[in-house]
Design a protein around this ligand. Structure first.
Ligand SMILES: [Zn+2]
Length: 102
């Protein structure tokens, strides 16, 4: 019984010693690598980069002239009856207006 306790204590001491050695080694290792990182400064890519803004401008509508998808917030749009057409450019708007009339 006593021997078992002794073995347990020895095991714990060895484990603690091993951990202490490992920790000091790791600490020195991380300090060395941290010094290298500090020279580069904080990683700019780690900061929250702006995510995709597809849905921010509202729904996408297909330009009937060239087929480009344009945001609902575009200034190139034209209401035709119940429908509203969205264009990628003034040129497409004019072109569609001409073809719609003819
Ligand atoms: Zn277009």
């Amino acid at each position: 019984m006593f021997r078992a306790i002794l073995e347990l204590i020895v095991t714990i001491v060895i484990a603690m010693a091993a951990r202490a050695i490992l920790a000091s080694v790791m600490k020195g290792f991380s300090n060395a690598s941290r010094a290298g990182f500090d020279q580069r400064g904080p990683d700019p890519s780690a900061k929250s980069a702006p995510k995709e803004r597809v849905s921010v401008a509202g729904e996408l509508h297909k330009d009937p002239v060239c087929g480009t998808y344009v945001a609902e917030s575009t200034s190139y749009k034209r209401g035709a009856g119940r429908e509203t057409f969205y264009y990628c450019s003034e040129a497409c708007k004019d072109k569609h207006a001409v073809t719609a009339r003819s």
